[in-house]
Design a protein around this ligand. Structure first.
Ligand SMILES: [Zn+2]
Length: 281
């Protein structure tokens, strides 16, 4: 079987962009019959409950959590590329993570919003900004997210410089070593989105993000890898804005389909990897 893509999108803006994405995104993934996971902030979900219920009812969208208020679970301490600044104007960039008590309140409240809007809790959690090693060096947070019902994490979204890209060699794993064998880490590979690819690589004129993505698909197919691919709802309030992303979404989906690479939602992948844990909910 030549590889798997876990396409996951952060829907986090809690405004017109999120509302537009809920409509245009659901239409695109339904029209291509491609399963996708949306990591939605609790604030976004409670602002547009009906739009997201409709998106999930389309059959292709798996709704999971991106915290309630986009609170960082860990600090990001990023080394900028040698040639230019991506964040800040110094060699190193620091963005503080939330305090434990604030994270506990945020995640519990996020699950409450999921229960109110969708009648269920989220199984998956994407950590805002993403971190090197995911939550592997934070057993206190692993215990917390496990206690709150999360069984799928997408928190490992940065390399050893807390930067980009994340290599495909690092494949999804369970947190066995820390005592949580039923808690799966998906990571996110490459760059977190088209804007991050541009910010880190400073592409020459004519270079396209879609071309980078097709080289990733080729490696996934050739080596039977799992690729966790990330995007966002930014600038998606209008169809015109959405299509800036929609064009490369279609291109990567069609190219992957031609090579026989399968798309799975986070829930489907979790069931495949850890069927007993999934059955227990
Ligand atoms: Zn985010």
């Amino acid at each position: 079987m030549p590889g798997i893509i876990l396409f996951g999108i952060d829907v986090e803006t809690a405004g017109e962009n999120a509302k537009g994405f809920a409509q245009f995104g659901a239409e695109l993934f339904h029209s291509l019959q491609t399963p996708v996971t949306w990591y939605v902030t609790g604030q976004t979900l409670e602002r547009y409950p009906e739009a997201f219920r409709v998106a999930e009812a389309s059959g292709m969208v798996d709704l999971q959590a991106h915290t309630y208020g986009h609170l960082l679970l860990k600090s990001v301490l990023m080394k900028n590329p040698a040639t230019h600044y991506v964040h800040g104007e110094t060699e190193w960039y620091f963005q503080a993570g939330g305090a434990f008590d604030a994270i506990e309140w945020d995640l519990a409240h996020c699950q409450e919003v999921f229960r109110q809007v969708l009648g269920r809790e989220a199984l998956g959690l994407c950590g805002p900004w993403g971190y090197y090693r995911g939550l592997g060096d934070r057993p206190d947070l692993l215990e917390l997210v496990h206690r709150l019902g999360f069984r799928i994490l997408r928190t490992f979204l940065r390399n050893e410089w807390d930067a980009q890209p994340v290599p495909l060699d690092w494949q999804p794993y369970a947190y066995d070593l820390q005592g949580f064998p039923d808690l799966l880490e998906l990571l996110a590979h490459g760059y977190q989105d088209d804007f991050y690819w541009r910010a880190f690589t400073r592409p020459a004129e004519g270079e396209r993000y879609a071309d980078f993505l097709t080289t990733m698909v080729e490696r996934v197919a050739a080596e039977d890898l799992t690729w966790s691919l990330c995007s966002h709802d930014h600038n998606c309030a209008t169809l015109e804005g959405f299509e800036q992303k929609g064009q490369w979404y279609r291109e990567v989906i069609r190219y992957a389909g031609d090579l026989g690479v399968r798309f799975l939602t986070a829930s489907e992948y979790h069931q495949q990897r850890l069927p007993l844990a999934a059955a227990k909910g």
